[in-house]
Design a protein around this ligand. Structure first.
Ligand SMILES: [Zn+2]
Length: 496
């Protein structure tokens, strides 16, 4: 890939970035508006696809989420002034310092440089002289300074006048000399020019996960949610070695390929940038591409290592957290993918159902414990044979706790005992009354497939929009464990 080198120029050992001092421009040239539009909000690649021409695939790789941060400069007829030199000598990997009204207020890293009049006209139109901002920089994450930095001392040290009058390039040595005057941004020198991250908590993890999914445009292949599910499957296998399947040692490449992913590693950059995936391991994909072509996971086959960042992996060691993450990711998958198959292939079988999966060897032996007999045991039989299942049905006289319906059959009334927290993996629920509900078959199905949930106040609600369906009927002798209901809600993708 010819542009990979450009993308990672900042990571090359010994590369020392220069600094581009960039005028934002005043209202007369629509500077604030342009900054808001093409830097803060970003430019949707789909809207400028035709004008981009051959640059389109390059930018798509740089901005997998489909939104680019672009800034342009008008051309100059001079050849030796500051602007001409800056336009000619600035490089990918250099940093850009945004200037307006005698302060510097933001910094970013150059990911790509190109000249394109059509794109510039489309994004920023033309100025009063009919010129447009056709020398374009594609920028990495923007480090917006918390406090604007006075420009005067910095410009003075660089031997420049304040106010700044022109696009100006500062060489690497000079840049080093003014670093003490700028906010410390250890991350700006990192390969991706990321803002510094705070420690990731549960809330932040889900916020970040949603952001990553929202930003991956509809048109993009399903790589992001698939890759995240794959990584969670490996995290689950690491947390519970007994649940590991052969598939959890499958390489990411093979998995993506099987489900229509584009298998373009740069598409996964938002996972790395957001702190969900491990930075070092992601870098290794790019440095050591043998793993990429060989179709094998870099780790030894008997060691399942997660690609998640340490923080994300620690959070997802908890089964409820995994359940919620899997629910959110499953919803992000396109409908043409068979979710149950996808989940099973990454070792997350059962995460799509409250009933879980019941493999014979995961069941508590019943009766004689004879292996042959155990093998024949199915979910239904276990539930039907359980004395607790009978008890819960008797308690409600076969009336559904959600709708009150009592289904008449030739042989009497029919109802189902639903485990709130399924038996077997991944729920590991208990077979007792506090974990059972008496439901009609319809509501049992909806409960198992997370279409509805029971909230803290025992109101039954639709998962899709939280709208209430009914109050859960409760018999005075039926103690329902709130912890089990909370577990079920997490697997619905809900926060609590
Ligand atoms: Zn019902």
């Amino acid at each position: 890939m010819p542009d990979r080198g450009r993308l990672d120029a900042g990571a090359t050992p010994g590369h020392r970035p220069q600094l581009v001092l960039q005028l934002r421009g005043g209202a007369n040239v629509r500077g604030p508006k342009h900054y808001q539009h093409s830097i803060i909000r970003g430019v949707r690649l789909a809207e400028i696809a035709a004008e981009l021409g051959p640059e389109l695939p390059v930018l798509r790789r740089l901005y997998p989420e489909g939104v680019a941060r672009l800034w342009g400069s008008t051309p100059t007829e001079q050849v030796n002034n500051d602007k001409a030199r800056a336009l000619r000598e600035r490089k990918v990997g250099d940093h850009v310092l945004f200037y307006a009204d005698k302060v510097f207020y933001a910094r970013a890293r150059i990911l790509h440089l190109f000249r394109n009049q059509a794109v510039a006209k489309r994004v920023w139109q033309t100025d009063d002289e009919g010129q447009t901002w056709e020398h374009i920089m594609a920028l990495g994450a923007i480090d917006q300074f918390t406090h604007a930095v006075p420009a005067e001392p910095i410009l003075r040290q660089l031997g420049l006048r304040c106010p700044l009058r022109s696009l100006t390039l500062v060489n690497a040595d000079e840049y080093d000399s003014i670093l003490p005057l700028l906010p410390t941004l250890p991350s700006i020198g990192s390969p991706h020019g990321l803002p510094t991250r705070k420690r990731m908590g549960r809330k932040q993890f889900f916020r970040v996960l949603r952001q990553v999914l929202e930003r991956s445009s509809e048109a993009s292949p399903p790589d992001l949610p698939l890759a995240m599910l794959w990584a969670i499957g490996r995290a689950a296998a690491a947390a519970e070695p007994s649940s590991r399947t052969a598939e959890t040692t499958t390489s990411l490449e093979a998995f993506l390929e099987r489900h229509g992913g584009s298998n373009e590693r740069s598409l996964l950059r938002p996972l790395v940038d957001s702190g969900l995936w491990d930075h070092e391991r992601a870098l290794n994909w790019e440095v050591d591409r043998s793993g990429f072509h060989g179709g094998r996971a870099p780790s030894a086959p008997d060691v399942v290592k997660s690609d998640l960042s340490a923080e994300a992996a620690a959070l997802l060691a908890d089964v409820d957290m995994r359940g919620r993450a899997v629910a959110i990711l499953s919803r992000a998958l396109t409908s043409d993918l068979d979710r149950a198959t996808v989940l099973a292939q990454v070792g997350l079988a059962g995460y799509d159902s409250a009933a879980g999966t019941l493999e014979p060897d995961l069941l508590t032996p019943t009766g004689s414990g004879d292996p042959a007999e155990r093998k024949l045991v199915t979910v239904d039989r276990i539930v039907r044979s359980s004395r607790y299942a009978k008890a819960v049905k008797r308690l409600y006289d076969h009336r559904c706790q959600i709708c009150g319906v009592r289904l008449a059959t030739r042989d009497g009334y029919y109802s189902e005992a639903a485990h709130i927290r399924g038996l077997g993996k991944p729920h590991d629920g208990t077979d007792d009354l506090s974990n059972l509900l008496c439901l009609c078959p319809n509501h049992h199905t909806q409960f198992d497939f997370f279409a509805l949930y029971v909230d803290e106040k025992f109101t039954v609600r639709r998962t899709s929009d939280d709208s209430p369906i009914s109050e859960l009927r409760r018999h005075p002798q039926h103690h329902i464990d709130q912890n089990h209901l909370r577990h079920h809600r997490r697997f619905c993708g809900l926060p609590k």
